[in-house]
Design a protein around this ligand. Structure first.
Ligand SMILES: [Zn+2]
Length: 291
């Protein structure tokens, strides 16, 4: 496994990710890309290859995929089906897969993707239509023997568990501050879910989660900022805490030379933040990866 720290961080994003309006899932990545160009000019932004139906058959049911691709009037977890919305979903899903390819080469990468971890094999929910984390894991497993998925989004990743929990090569580690999409670890040696209700326990729970990942050959990090009290999460989890969270996750991977990728995941205006402020929170993840 090579970790060429001299290569600049490459983050996946294209105009297709965003729509002119809609929930944060389909509007905020444009502002994160702008913030990267403004504050982290050394980071390279690259357009991914959108996910295609054939590769998605490894992750989702055929009948469900048909509807996502427009059959029977179309189906998404983000509102009425449209061609631009499908293009957004396929681009953000492909971005996570391409981040894996880059991380296998250089040690780290990411995608400004949201709306992934609640999507199960035959359904979408909670703004998540396709599970790009699962697609990314299966893509990584073509090159490495094991993959960990660290899900620190505010909400649980029940969709990812629906698709991957039975795969013995995959370890699912989930620290949440909301019970939405809660799942029950089928194999307690491999999988771990913890709900945190006390902000003073949050970073300790992250450390415990990282301990649970010891030995994985690749790490997929769902870096939801909605754990932040002002972005939809737990009051008391503030910017210094999420900044420290990102530092610990990246340090864990770097010290073990485990290739790592991130997806943005949740982060909302629910408590009065502007979309720019939400984007600035996500920039904490990119900054930690670029350091
Ligand atoms: Zn969330």
């Amino acid at each position: 496994m090579s970790t060429q720290t001299s290569r600049p961080l490459r983050v996946h994003y294209s105009e297709d990710y965003c729509l002119p309006s809609g929930p944060e899932t389909v509007t905020k990545s444009r502002l994160v890309a702008e913030a990267i160009r403004r504050d982290l000019p050394e980071v390279v932004i690259v357009a991914p290859v959108p996910a295609n139906r054939e590769e998605l058959l490894a992750v989702h049911d055929e009948a469900y995929l048909d509807r996502v691709f427009g059959a029977d009037g179309g189906e998404t977890a983000l509102g009425d089906w449209s061609e631009p919305l499908l293009a957004s979903i396929l681009a953000t899903t492909g971005g996570v897969r391409d981040a894996v390819t880059e991380a296998l080469r250089s040690g780290r990468s990411g995608s400004l993707s949201s709306g992934l971890h609640h999507a199960g094999r035959s359904y979408g929910t909670g703004y998540c239509t396709l599970n790009g984390l699962a697609l990314a894991a299966l893509h990584a497993l073509r090159s490495v023997p094991s993959v960990g998925i660290l899900d620190l989004d505010a909400h649980c990743g029940g969709g990812t568990a629906d698709i991957l929990a039975a795969d013995p090569r995959v370890r699912l580690v989930d620290v949440s501050v909301s019970s939405f999409d809660r799942w029950t670890p089928s194999d307690k040696a491999r999988h771990h879910l913890r709900l945190v209700t006390d902000p003073a326990q949050y970073l300790a729970a992250v450390d415990e989660a990282l301990d649970r990942l010891e030995g994985v050959a690749f790490l997929i990090y769902n870096a939801g900022m909605d754990a932040h009290g002002a972005a939809g999460g737990l009051e008391g989890v503030d910017t210094p805490i999420v900044r420290e969270r990102e530092r610990r996750v990246v340090a864990w991977a770097q010290s073990r030379r485990v290739p790592i990728i991130f997806a943005l995941a949740g982060g909302y205006r629910w408590d009065g933040l502007t979309l720019e402020q939400v984007a600035d929170l996500h920039l904490e993840t990119v900054r930690a990866f670029a350091a």
